[in-house]
Design a protein around this ligand. Structure first.
Ligand code: FES
Length: 573
Protein backbone atom coordinates (compact mmCIF):
# COMPACT_ATOMS: atom_id res chain seq x y z
CA UNK A 1 0.00 0.00 0.00
CA UNK A 2 1.33 3.43 -0.88
CA UNK A 3 1.55 5.68 2.15
CA UNK A 4 3.47 8.67 3.35
CA UNK A 5 5.51 10.36 0.71
CA UNK A 6 4.63 7.66 -1.82
CA UNK A 7 0.97 8.69 -1.86
CA UNK A 8 -0.51 10.79 -4.62
CA UNK A 9 2.66 10.99 -6.73
CA UNK A 10 2.87 13.76 -9.27
CA UNK A 11 2.29 12.35 -12.72
CA UNK A 12 5.48 12.30 -14.83
CA UNK A 13 4.87 8.89 -16.40
CA UNK A 14 7.56 7.33 -14.16
CA UNK A 15 6.52 6.71 -10.54
CA UNK A 16 10.07 6.06 -9.30
CA UNK A 17 11.25 9.33 -10.79
CA UNK A 18 8.27 11.13 -9.25
CA UNK A 19 9.27 9.84 -5.81
CA UNK A 20 12.95 10.65 -6.46
CA UNK A 21 12.06 14.21 -7.37
CA UNK A 22 9.67 14.66 -4.46
CA UNK A 23 12.33 13.38 -2.01
CA UNK A 24 14.87 15.79 -3.43
CA UNK A 25 12.57 18.75 -2.96
CA UNK A 26 11.36 17.84 0.51
CA UNK A 27 14.97 17.38 1.63
CA UNK A 28 15.44 21.03 0.77
CA UNK A 29 13.46 21.70 3.95
CA UNK A 30 15.87 19.56 6.00
CA UNK A 31 13.91 16.32 6.37
CA UNK A 32 15.94 13.11 6.90
CA UNK A 33 15.28 9.78 5.18
CA UNK A 34 13.88 8.46 8.48
CA UNK A 35 11.28 11.22 8.60
CA UNK A 36 10.34 10.56 5.00
CA UNK A 37 9.59 6.88 5.70
CA UNK A 38 6.94 7.81 8.28
CA UNK A 39 3.21 8.01 7.69
CA UNK A 40 2.21 11.61 7.09
CA UNK A 41 -0.39 13.62 9.01
CA UNK A 42 -1.52 16.69 7.07
CA UNK A 43 -2.49 19.66 9.24
CA UNK A 44 -4.64 22.37 7.66
CA UNK A 45 -3.52 25.86 8.59
CA UNK A 46 -6.35 28.37 8.61
CA UNK A 47 -4.43 31.11 10.39
CA UNK A 48 -5.02 34.52 8.82
CA UNK A 49 -4.68 38.09 9.99
CA UNK A 50 -8.23 38.43 8.67
CA UNK A 51 -9.52 35.80 11.09
CA UNK A 52 -9.29 36.63 14.83
CA UNK A 53 -11.36 33.54 15.63
CA UNK A 54 -8.34 31.53 14.43
CA UNK A 55 -5.74 33.65 16.23
CA UNK A 56 -4.54 30.67 18.28
CA UNK A 57 -4.01 28.39 15.26
CA UNK A 58 -0.19 28.75 15.24
CA UNK A 59 -0.06 27.55 18.87
CA UNK A 60 -2.44 24.71 18.13
CA UNK A 61 -0.41 23.63 15.11
CA UNK A 62 2.73 23.40 17.25
CA UNK A 63 0.89 21.23 19.77
CA UNK A 64 -0.62 19.01 17.06
CA UNK A 65 2.81 18.54 15.49
CA UNK A 66 4.24 17.54 18.87
CA UNK A 67 1.50 14.94 19.28
CA UNK A 68 2.04 13.58 15.78
CA UNK A 69 5.77 13.19 16.34
CA UNK A 70 5.33 11.65 19.80
CA UNK A 71 3.30 8.97 18.08
CA UNK A 72 5.93 8.38 15.40
CA UNK A 73 4.43 10.04 12.31
CA UNK A 74 5.46 13.04 10.26
CA UNK A 75 3.35 16.23 10.50
CA UNK A 76 3.08 18.40 7.40
CA UNK A 77 1.24 21.71 7.60
CA UNK A 78 -0.54 23.13 4.58
CA UNK A 79 -2.43 26.41 4.20
CA UNK A 80 -6.07 26.65 3.18
CA UNK A 81 -8.61 29.40 2.93
CA UNK A 82 -9.78 30.98 6.16
CA UNK A 83 -13.17 32.68 6.51
CA UNK A 84 -14.22 35.11 9.20
CA UNK A 85 -17.78 36.34 9.47
CA UNK A 86 -16.90 40.02 9.69
CA UNK A 87 -14.16 40.04 7.10
CA UNK A 88 -15.84 38.26 4.17
CA UNK A 89 -17.73 40.27 1.57
CA UNK A 90 -20.61 39.90 0.81
CA UNK A 91 -20.92 37.09 3.37
CA UNK A 92 -18.76 34.15 4.43
CA UNK A 93 -21.57 31.80 3.37
CA UNK A 94 -20.96 32.74 -0.26
CA UNK A 95 -17.46 31.28 0.14
CA UNK A 96 -18.16 28.20 2.29
CA UNK A 97 -18.46 25.89 -0.70
CA UNK A 98 -15.29 27.32 -2.23
CA UNK A 99 -13.42 26.58 1.00
CA UNK A 100 -14.90 23.07 1.03
CA UNK A 101 -13.77 22.47 -2.56
CA UNK A 102 -10.32 23.93 -1.96
CA UNK A 103 -9.78 21.93 1.24
CA UNK A 104 -11.02 18.76 -0.47
CA UNK A 105 -8.64 19.13 -3.38
CA UNK A 106 -5.65 19.97 -1.15
CA UNK A 107 -6.26 16.85 0.94
CA UNK A 108 -6.71 14.82 -2.21
CA UNK A 109 -3.70 16.06 -4.15
CA UNK A 110 -0.99 16.08 -1.46
CA UNK A 111 0.58 13.06 0.25
CA UNK A 112 -1.07 12.50 3.63
CA UNK A 113 -2.40 9.41 5.42
CA UNK A 114 -4.66 11.35 7.74
CA UNK A 115 -5.56 14.97 8.21
CA UNK A 116 -6.14 17.30 11.15
CA UNK A 117 -8.62 20.02 10.28
CA UNK A 118 -8.26 23.10 12.49
CA UNK A 119 -11.21 25.43 12.16
CA UNK A 120 -13.70 27.36 14.20
CA UNK A 121 -15.28 30.48 12.74
CA UNK A 122 -18.78 29.74 11.51
CA UNK A 123 -18.25 28.49 7.95
CA UNK A 124 -14.87 26.87 8.45
CA UNK A 125 -15.83 23.71 10.33
CA UNK A 126 -18.72 22.92 7.94
CA UNK A 127 -16.47 23.48 4.92
CA UNK A 128 -13.74 21.27 6.37
CA UNK A 129 -16.13 18.48 7.34
CA UNK A 130 -17.80 18.60 3.91
CA UNK A 131 -14.32 18.27 2.37
CA UNK A 132 -13.28 15.38 4.62
CA UNK A 133 -16.56 13.58 3.93
CA UNK A 134 -15.95 13.73 0.19
CA UNK A 135 -12.24 12.74 0.25
CA UNK A 136 -12.82 10.04 2.85
CA UNK A 137 -9.35 9.58 4.33
CA UNK A 138 -8.97 9.42 8.13
CA UNK A 139 -9.74 12.91 9.42
CA UNK A 140 -9.96 14.48 12.87
CA UNK A 141 -11.23 17.98 13.64
CA UNK A 142 -9.68 20.40 16.11
CA UNK A 143 -11.95 23.37 16.85
CA UNK A 144 -10.09 26.56 17.74
CA UNK A 145 -12.34 26.96 20.81
CA UNK A 146 -14.45 29.79 22.16
CA UNK A 147 -13.24 33.18 23.40
CA UNK A 148 -13.29 33.89 27.11
CA UNK A 149 -16.01 36.27 28.31
CA UNK A 150 -15.70 40.05 28.66
CA UNK A 151 -16.84 42.32 31.47
CA UNK A 152 -18.26 45.83 31.45
CA UNK A 153 -19.31 47.67 34.59
CA UNK A 154 -19.78 44.39 36.42
CA UNK A 155 -21.80 42.79 33.64
CA UNK A 156 -20.58 39.70 31.77
CA UNK A 157 -20.55 40.32 28.01
CA UNK A 158 -19.89 38.23 24.94
CA UNK A 159 -19.81 38.22 21.16
CA UNK A 160 -22.07 38.50 19.56
CA UNK A 161 -25.41 38.33 21.35
CA UNK A 162 -24.37 41.29 23.47
CA UNK A 163 -22.97 43.10 20.39
CA UNK A 164 -26.51 43.09 19.00
CA UNK A 165 -28.13 43.92 22.32
CA UNK A 166 -25.83 46.89 22.92
CA UNK A 167 -26.26 48.10 19.33
CA UNK A 168 -30.05 47.92 19.73
CA UNK A 169 -29.80 50.06 22.88
CA UNK A 170 -27.70 52.56 20.93
CA UNK A 171 -30.20 52.59 18.03
CA UNK A 172 -33.04 53.11 20.47
CA UNK A 173 -31.24 56.13 21.94
CA UNK A 174 -30.71 54.38 25.29
CA UNK A 175 -26.91 54.29 25.08
CA UNK A 176 -24.62 57.19 24.20
CA UNK A 177 -22.10 56.95 21.36
CA UNK A 178 -19.15 57.27 23.77
CA UNK A 179 -20.43 54.37 25.84
CA UNK A 180 -21.13 52.08 22.89
CA UNK A 181 -17.51 52.69 21.82
CA UNK A 182 -16.29 51.64 25.26
CA UNK A 183 -18.42 48.50 25.13
CA UNK A 184 -17.00 47.71 21.70
CA UNK A 185 -13.61 47.04 23.29
CA UNK A 186 -15.07 44.54 25.76
CA UNK A 187 -17.14 42.28 23.54
CA UNK A 188 -14.37 40.08 22.11
CA UNK A 189 -11.70 39.91 24.78
CA UNK A 190 -9.54 37.13 23.30
CA UNK A 191 -8.88 35.13 20.19
CA UNK A 192 -11.25 32.22 19.56
CA UNK A 193 -14.80 31.88 18.34
CA UNK A 194 -17.88 33.73 19.59
CA UNK A 195 -18.59 32.42 23.09
CA UNK A 196 -22.38 32.29 22.96
CA UNK A 197 -24.33 29.49 21.29
CA UNK A 198 -23.91 31.05 17.86
CA UNK A 199 -23.07 29.16 14.71
CA UNK A 200 -19.43 28.51 15.60
CA UNK A 201 -20.30 27.01 18.98
CA UNK A 202 -23.19 25.09 17.43
CA UNK A 203 -20.92 23.60 14.77
CA UNK A 204 -18.26 22.75 17.36
CA UNK A 205 -20.87 20.93 19.48
CA UNK A 206 -22.20 19.18 16.37
CA UNK A 207 -18.66 18.14 15.48
CA UNK A 208 -18.24 16.59 18.92
CA UNK A 209 -21.66 14.92 18.76
CA UNK A 210 -20.80 13.48 15.35
CA UNK A 211 -17.68 11.95 16.90
CA UNK A 212 -15.31 13.93 14.69
CA UNK A 213 -13.20 15.53 17.45
CA UNK A 214 -11.92 14.41 20.85
CA UNK A 215 -14.22 14.78 23.89
CA UNK A 216 -14.46 18.38 25.20
CA UNK A 217 -13.17 19.65 21.86
CA UNK A 218 -16.15 21.98 21.44
CA UNK A 219 -15.97 23.87 24.69
CA UNK A 220 -12.41 24.30 26.03
CA UNK A 221 -11.68 28.05 25.77
CA UNK A 222 -9.32 29.00 22.95
CA UNK A 223 -6.69 30.44 25.25
CA UNK A 224 -6.54 27.71 27.91
CA UNK A 225 -3.59 25.33 28.21
CA UNK A 226 -6.15 22.52 28.16
CA UNK A 227 -6.82 23.32 24.50
CA UNK A 228 -3.16 22.92 23.65
CA UNK A 229 -3.15 19.55 25.39
CA UNK A 230 -6.24 18.64 23.41
CA UNK A 231 -4.32 19.66 20.28
CA UNK A 232 -1.42 17.40 21.26
CA UNK A 233 -3.86 14.56 21.86
CA UNK A 234 -5.47 15.26 18.49
CA UNK A 235 -2.07 14.99 16.82
CA UNK A 236 -1.42 11.65 18.51
CA UNK A 237 -4.78 10.30 17.42
CA UNK A 238 -4.23 11.54 13.89
CA UNK A 239 -0.94 9.64 13.78
CA UNK A 240 -2.62 6.47 15.01
CA UNK A 241 -5.35 6.90 12.42
CA UNK A 242 -2.73 7.43 9.71
CA UNK A 243 -1.08 4.13 10.64
CA UNK A 244 -4.32 2.18 11.02
CA UNK A 245 -6.07 3.68 7.98
CA UNK A 246 -9.27 4.16 9.95
CA UNK A 247 -11.76 5.30 11.09
CA UNK A 248 -12.76 6.97 7.85
CA UNK A 249 -15.25 9.83 7.74
CA UNK A 250 -17.66 7.36 6.14
CA UNK A 251 -17.37 5.16 9.29
CA UNK A 252 -18.22 8.11 11.54
CA UNK A 253 -20.68 10.13 9.44
CA UNK A 254 -23.67 7.79 9.32
CA UNK A 255 -27.40 8.33 9.43
CA UNK A 256 -27.29 7.55 13.16
CA UNK A 257 -24.49 10.00 13.99
CA UNK A 258 -26.24 12.68 11.95
CA UNK A 259 -29.40 12.00 13.95
CA UNK A 260 -27.30 12.33 17.15
CA UNK A 261 -26.06 15.70 15.92
CA UNK A 262 -29.65 16.83 15.27
CA UNK A 263 -30.64 15.91 18.83
CA UNK A 264 -27.67 17.78 20.29
CA UNK A 265 -28.35 20.80 18.06
CA UNK A 266 -31.91 21.01 19.40
CA UNK A 267 -30.81 20.61 23.00
CA UNK A 268 -28.15 23.33 22.94
CA UNK A 269 -30.44 26.00 21.47
CA UNK A 270 -28.38 25.69 18.31
CA UNK A 271 -28.03 28.23 15.55
CA UNK A 272 -30.40 28.08 12.60
CA UNK A 273 -27.28 28.08 10.42
CA UNK A 274 -26.35 24.77 12.01
CA UNK A 275 -29.28 23.14 10.24
CA UNK A 276 -28.06 24.35 6.84
CA UNK A 277 -24.53 23.14 7.51
CA UNK A 278 -25.58 19.78 8.93
CA UNK A 279 -27.86 19.31 5.90
CA UNK A 280 -24.91 19.98 3.59
CA UNK A 281 -22.65 17.55 5.50
CA UNK A 282 -25.40 14.91 5.49
CA UNK A 283 -25.83 15.22 1.73
CA UNK A 284 -22.08 14.76 1.23
CA UNK A 285 -22.43 11.28 2.73
CA UNK A 286 -25.77 10.37 1.18
CA UNK A 287 -27.96 10.71 4.29
CA UNK A 288 -30.08 13.80 3.59
CA UNK A 289 -31.94 15.33 6.51
CA UNK A 290 -35.72 15.26 6.22
CA UNK A 291 -36.83 18.62 7.62
CA UNK A 292 -40.18 17.32 8.84
CA UNK A 293 -38.42 14.46 10.59
CA UNK A 294 -36.02 16.98 12.14
CA UNK A 295 -38.96 19.03 13.38
CA UNK A 296 -40.80 15.97 14.75
CA UNK A 297 -37.70 14.83 16.63
CA UNK A 298 -37.29 18.34 18.04
CA UNK A 299 -40.65 18.05 19.78
CA UNK A 300 -39.23 15.42 22.12
CA UNK A 301 -35.83 17.06 22.68
CA UNK A 302 -35.79 19.79 25.34
CA UNK A 303 -33.33 22.68 25.37
CA UNK A 304 -31.02 21.80 28.26
CA UNK A 305 -28.08 24.15 27.83
CA UNK A 306 -28.57 27.57 29.38
CA UNK A 307 -26.46 29.69 27.03
CA UNK A 308 -27.12 32.97 25.27
CA UNK A 309 -29.02 33.79 23.12
CA UNK A 310 -31.63 31.29 24.41
CA UNK A 311 -30.43 31.49 28.02
CA UNK A 312 -27.90 33.30 30.20
CA UNK A 313 -24.45 31.72 30.20
CA UNK A 314 -21.43 31.47 27.87
CA UNK A 315 -19.31 28.67 26.42
CA UNK A 316 -16.66 28.68 29.16
CA UNK A 317 -19.43 28.08 31.69
CA UNK A 318 -20.74 25.20 29.57
CA UNK A 319 -17.22 23.81 29.61
CA UNK A 320 -16.89 24.14 33.37
CA UNK A 321 -20.22 22.33 33.72
CA UNK A 322 -18.95 19.26 31.85
CA UNK A 323 -19.37 20.24 28.19
CA UNK A 324 -20.88 18.10 25.46
CA UNK A 325 -20.16 14.71 27.11
CA UNK A 326 -22.12 15.77 30.21
CA UNK A 327 -24.94 17.06 28.02
CA UNK A 328 -25.03 13.82 26.03
CA UNK A 329 -25.23 11.88 29.31
CA UNK A 330 -28.47 13.74 29.96
CA UNK A 331 -29.71 12.87 26.45
CA UNK A 332 -28.35 9.31 26.27
CA UNK A 333 -31.74 7.65 25.74
CA UNK A 334 -32.31 9.83 22.65
CA UNK A 335 -28.90 9.07 21.11
CA UNK A 336 -27.31 6.11 19.35
CA UNK A 337 -24.38 5.74 21.72
CA UNK A 338 -22.74 2.75 20.03
CA UNK A 339 -21.56 4.76 17.02
CA UNK A 340 -17.78 5.02 16.48
CA UNK A 341 -15.81 8.23 17.05
CA UNK A 342 -12.37 9.43 16.00
CA UNK A 343 -11.24 8.97 19.61
CA UNK A 344 -11.09 5.27 18.85
CA UNK A 345 -14.12 4.09 20.82
CA UNK A 346 -17.80 4.89 20.72
CA UNK A 347 -19.96 7.82 21.73
CA UNK A 348 -20.73 5.84 24.90
CA UNK A 349 -17.05 6.14 25.86
CA UNK A 350 -17.20 9.92 25.45
CA UNK A 351 -20.30 10.03 27.61
CA UNK A 352 -18.64 7.83 30.24
CA UNK A 353 -15.81 10.37 30.47
CA UNK A 354 -18.26 13.13 31.45
CA UNK A 355 -17.46 15.01 34.61
CA UNK A 356 -20.23 15.47 37.17
CA UNK A 357 -19.98 19.01 38.48
CA UNK A 358 -21.95 19.48 41.68
CA UNK A 359 -24.18 22.53 41.76
CA UNK A 360 -23.70 23.53 38.12
CA UNK A 361 -26.78 25.09 36.52
CA UNK A 362 -25.67 25.45 32.90
CA UNK A 363 -26.59 21.93 31.75
CA UNK A 364 -30.09 21.38 33.00
CA UNK A 365 -31.44 17.97 34.00
CA UNK A 366 -34.20 16.53 31.81
CA UNK A 367 -36.61 17.14 34.69
CA UNK A 368 -35.90 20.89 34.62
CA UNK A 369 -35.25 21.94 31.01
CA UNK A 370 -34.63 25.50 29.88
CA UNK A 371 -37.36 24.96 27.23
CA UNK A 372 -39.57 21.91 26.99
CA UNK A 373 -39.12 21.59 23.21
CA UNK A 374 -36.16 21.81 20.88
CA UNK A 375 -34.72 25.10 19.74
CA UNK A 376 -35.47 24.91 16.04
CA UNK A 377 -38.84 24.55 14.37
CA UNK A 378 -39.54 23.93 10.70
CA UNK A 379 -42.49 25.89 9.28
CA UNK A 380 -44.34 25.26 6.05
CA UNK A 381 -47.28 26.97 4.37
CA UNK A 382 -48.14 28.77 1.16
CA UNK A 383 -45.21 31.15 1.80
CA UNK A 384 -42.69 28.36 2.39
CA UNK A 385 -43.62 25.27 0.38
CA UNK A 386 -40.18 23.72 0.90
CA UNK A 387 -39.84 24.92 4.45
CA UNK A 388 -38.47 27.69 6.62
CA UNK A 389 -37.02 27.72 10.11
CA UNK A 390 -37.43 29.69 13.33
CA UNK A 391 -35.41 29.47 16.52
CA UNK A 392 -38.34 29.33 18.90
CA UNK A 393 -36.10 29.18 21.95
CA UNK A 394 -34.88 32.73 21.20
CA UNK A 395 -38.26 34.13 20.07
CA UNK A 396 -40.88 36.10 22.00
CA UNK A 397 -43.54 33.73 23.29
CA UNK A 398 -46.35 36.23 22.65
CA UNK A 399 -45.40 36.47 18.95
CA UNK A 400 -45.29 32.75 18.21
CA UNK A 401 -48.90 33.02 16.99
CA UNK A 402 -49.32 36.32 15.22
CA UNK A 403 -51.12 37.84 12.26
CA UNK A 404 -49.96 41.18 10.91
CA UNK A 405 -49.75 43.20 7.75
CA UNK A 406 -46.64 42.92 5.62
CA UNK A 407 -44.06 45.66 5.19
CA UNK A 408 -42.02 44.41 2.24
CA UNK A 409 -38.41 45.16 1.37
CA UNK A 410 -37.28 43.93 -2.04
CA UNK A 411 -33.60 43.67 -1.18
CA UNK A 412 -31.12 44.15 1.64
CA UNK A 413 -30.15 47.51 0.10
CA UNK A 414 -33.74 48.71 -0.05
CA UNK A 415 -34.28 47.63 3.54
CA UNK A 416 -31.27 49.67 4.67
CA UNK A 417 -32.54 52.71 2.77
CA UNK A 418 -36.14 52.63 4.01
CA UNK A 419 -36.14 50.98 7.42
CA UNK A 420 -35.36 54.02 9.54
CA UNK A 421 -37.21 56.57 7.42
CA UNK A 422 -39.93 58.56 9.20
CA UNK A 423 -42.38 57.71 6.40
CA UNK A 424 -42.19 53.93 6.74
CA UNK A 425 -45.75 52.69 7.21
CA UNK A 426 -45.09 50.30 10.08
CA UNK A 427 -46.59 49.50 13.48
CA UNK A 428 -45.45 47.13 16.23
CA UNK A 429 -47.82 44.46 14.88
CA UNK A 430 -46.52 44.64 11.30
CA UNK A 431 -44.65 41.70 9.80
CA UNK A 432 -41.34 42.84 8.29
CA UNK A 433 -40.59 40.95 5.05
CA UNK A 434 -37.20 40.81 3.36
CA UNK A 435 -36.80 39.00 0.03
CA UNK A 436 -34.16 38.40 -2.64
CA UNK A 437 -31.71 37.67 0.16
CA UNK A 438 -31.49 33.90 -0.34
CA UNK A 439 -28.64 31.79 -1.77
CA UNK A 440 -29.10 33.08 -5.33
CA UNK A 441 -30.72 36.41 -4.57
CA UNK A 442 -28.15 38.29 -2.55
CA UNK A 443 -25.84 36.23 -3.20
CA UNK A 444 -24.83 33.73 -0.55
CA UNK A 445 -27.81 34.23 1.71
CA UNK A 446 -26.41 36.92 4.00
CA UNK A 447 -27.22 37.13 7.70
CA UNK A 448 -29.66 39.96 7.03
CA UNK A 449 -32.74 38.12 8.31
CA UNK A 450 -32.35 39.75 11.70
CA UNK A 451 -34.06 42.86 10.35
CA UNK A 452 -33.46 45.69 12.85
CA UNK A 453 -36.52 47.10 14.59
CA UNK A 454 -37.31 50.35 12.70
CA UNK A 455 -35.79 53.23 14.65
CA UNK A 456 -39.09 54.98 15.26
CA UNK A 457 -40.49 51.83 16.91
CA UNK A 458 -37.26 51.04 18.77
CA UNK A 459 -37.45 54.49 20.33
CA UNK A 460 -40.95 53.63 21.58
CA UNK A 461 -39.51 50.59 23.33
CA UNK A 462 -40.45 47.90 20.75
CA UNK A 463 -37.90 45.11 21.19
CA UNK A 464 -39.24 42.36 18.92
CA UNK A 465 -41.46 41.98 15.86
CA UNK A 466 -42.23 39.12 13.50
CA UNK A 467 -39.66 39.21 10.71
CA UNK A 468 -39.57 36.81 7.77
CA UNK A 469 -37.10 36.36 4.93
CA UNK A 470 -35.22 34.00 2.64
CA UNK A 471 -32.01 35.16 4.33
CA UNK A 472 -30.07 33.69 7.26
CA UNK A 473 -29.46 35.15 10.70
CA UNK A 474 -26.45 34.99 12.96
CA UNK A 475 -26.79 32.25 15.54
CA UNK A 476 -25.98 34.85 18.16
CA UNK A 477 -29.13 36.85 17.37
CA UNK A 478 -32.55 36.58 18.98
CA UNK A 479 -36.15 37.47 18.23
CA UNK A 480 -39.20 36.16 16.38
CA UNK A 481 -37.41 35.72 13.08
CA UNK A 482 -38.43 33.25 10.37
CA UNK A 483 -35.55 32.40 8.05
CA UNK A 484 -34.41 30.24 5.13
CA UNK A 485 -37.75 30.43 3.29
CA UNK A 486 -37.51 27.95 0.44
CA UNK A 487 -37.71 28.31 -2.44
CA UNK A 488 -36.28 31.81 -2.15
CA UNK A 489 -37.91 34.73 -4.00
CA UNK A 490 -35.14 34.90 -6.64
CA UNK A 491 -35.64 31.23 -7.46
CA UNK A 492 -39.39 31.54 -7.99
CA UNK A 493 -40.62 31.18 -4.43
CA UNK A 494 -43.99 32.67 -3.41
CA UNK A 495 -42.22 35.19 -1.17
CA UNK A 496 -41.83 37.19 -4.39
CA UNK A 497 -45.61 37.63 -4.56
CA UNK A 498 -46.14 39.35 -1.19
CA UNK A 499 -47.25 43.00 -1.28
CA UNK A 500 -47.07 45.51 1.53
CA UNK A 501 -50.40 45.47 3.36
CA UNK A 502 -51.06 41.74 2.79
CA UNK A 503 -51.82 39.81 5.94
CA UNK A 504 -49.31 37.16 7.01
CA UNK A 505 -50.05 34.57 9.68
CA UNK A 506 -47.32 32.92 11.74
CA UNK A 507 -48.41 29.94 13.80
CA UNK A 508 -45.38 28.21 15.31
CA UNK A 509 -47.33 25.59 17.33
CA UNK A 510 -49.09 24.56 14.07
CA UNK A 511 -45.79 24.83 12.11
CA UNK A 512 -47.39 27.22 9.58
CA UNK A 513 -46.39 30.37 7.75
CA UNK A 514 -49.12 31.63 5.43
CA UNK A 515 -49.91 34.59 3.24
CA UNK A 516 -53.62 35.29 3.68
CA UNK A 517 -54.26 36.03 0.02
CA UNK A 518 -56.45 33.85 -2.20
CA UNK A 519 -54.84 31.33 -4.52
CA UNK A 520 -56.51 33.03 -7.51
CA UNK A 521 -55.01 36.41 -6.59
CA UNK A 522 -51.57 34.85 -6.13
CA UNK A 523 -51.80 33.23 -9.56
CA UNK A 524 -52.79 36.57 -11.09
CA UNK A 525 -49.80 38.25 -9.40
CA UNK A 526 -47.49 35.52 -10.67
CA UNK A 527 -48.76 36.04 -14.25
CA UNK A 528 -48.33 39.77 -13.93
CA UNK A 529 -44.81 39.38 -12.61
CA UNK A 530 -43.76 37.00 -15.38
CA UNK A 531 -40.47 35.16 -15.11
CA UNK A 532 -38.78 35.97 -11.83
CA UNK A 533 -36.23 38.74 -11.68
CA UNK A 534 -32.68 37.71 -12.36
CA UNK A 535 -30.63 38.43 -9.27
CA UNK A 536 -29.29 41.94 -9.26
CA UNK A 537 -25.59 41.06 -9.07
CA UNK A 538 -22.96 40.18 -11.63
CA UNK A 539 -22.79 36.43 -12.03
CA UNK A 540 -21.56 36.37 -15.59
CA UNK A 541 -18.22 34.65 -14.91
CA UNK A 542 -15.96 32.81 -12.48
CA UNK A 543 -16.99 31.63 -9.04
CA UNK A 544 -20.06 33.88 -9.08
CA UNK A 545 -21.40 32.05 -12.14
CA UNK A 546 -20.66 28.64 -10.66
CA UNK A 547 -22.42 29.71 -7.47
CA UNK A 548 -25.53 31.08 -9.14
CA UNK A 549 -25.87 28.16 -11.53
CA UNK A 550 -25.43 25.34 -9.02
CA UNK A 551 -26.15 26.41 -5.44
CA UNK A 552 -28.94 24.42 -3.80
CA UNK A 553 -31.72 25.95 -1.74
CA UNK A 554 -31.57 26.26 2.05
CA UNK A 555 -33.61 23.12 2.69
CA UNK A 556 -30.87 21.15 0.94
CA UNK A 557 -27.92 22.80 2.70
CA UNK A 558 -26.84 25.33 0.03
CA UNK A 559 -24.09 23.04 -1.28
CA UNK A 560 -23.37 22.97 -5.00
CA UNK A 561 -25.62 20.47 -6.73
CA UNK A 562 -22.68 18.56 -8.23
CA UNK A 563 -20.93 18.10 -4.86
CA UNK A 564 -23.57 16.06 -3.04
CA UNK A 565 -23.32 12.30 -2.93
CA UNK A 566 -25.92 10.66 -5.14
CA UNK A 567 -27.45 7.35 -4.16
CA UNK A 568 -25.59 5.59 -6.97
CA UNK A 569 -22.19 7.15 -6.19
CA UNK A 570 -19.30 5.01 -5.12
CA UNK A 571 -17.61 6.21 -1.93
CA UNK A 572 -14.90 8.51 -3.21
CA UNK A 573 -11.42 7.50 -2.11
FE1 FES B 1 -15.95 33.94 14.14
FE2 FES B 1 -18.24 34.57 15.57
S1 FES B 1 -17.16 35.76 14.12
S2 FES B 1 -17.11 32.72 15.45
Amino acid sequence: MNRGLRKNLTSYGDADFSLFLRSAFVKAMGYSDDALERPIVGISNTFSDYNPCHGNVPDLIEAVKRGVMLAGALPMVFPTMSLHESFAYPTAMYLRNLMAMETEELIRCQPMDSVVLIGGCDKTLPAQIMAAASVNIPAIVLPTGPMVVGHYKGEVLGACTDCRRMWSLFRAGQMAEAEVKQVNAKLAPSVGTCMVMGTASTMACITEALGLCLPMGATIPATHSERRRLAEGTGKRAAEMAMAGHPLPSDVLTDRSIQNASVVMQSIGGSTNGLIHLSAIARRVGHPIDLDEFDRAGRSVPVLVDLKPSGEHYMEHFHQAGGVPRLMKELADLLSTDVPTVAGGTLADSIASAENVPGQDVIRPRSKPLKANGALVVLRGNLAPRGSVIKQSAASVELLQHTGSAVVFDSVEQMMQLLDGPDLDVTPTSVLVLRNAGPKGAPGMPEAGYIPIPKKLARLGVKDMVRISDARMSGTAFGTVVLHIAPEAAAGGPLALVRSGDLIRLDVPARRLDLLVSEGELQARAREMGPRIHPDWDASRGYAKLFLDTVLQADEGCDFDFMVKRAADETPG
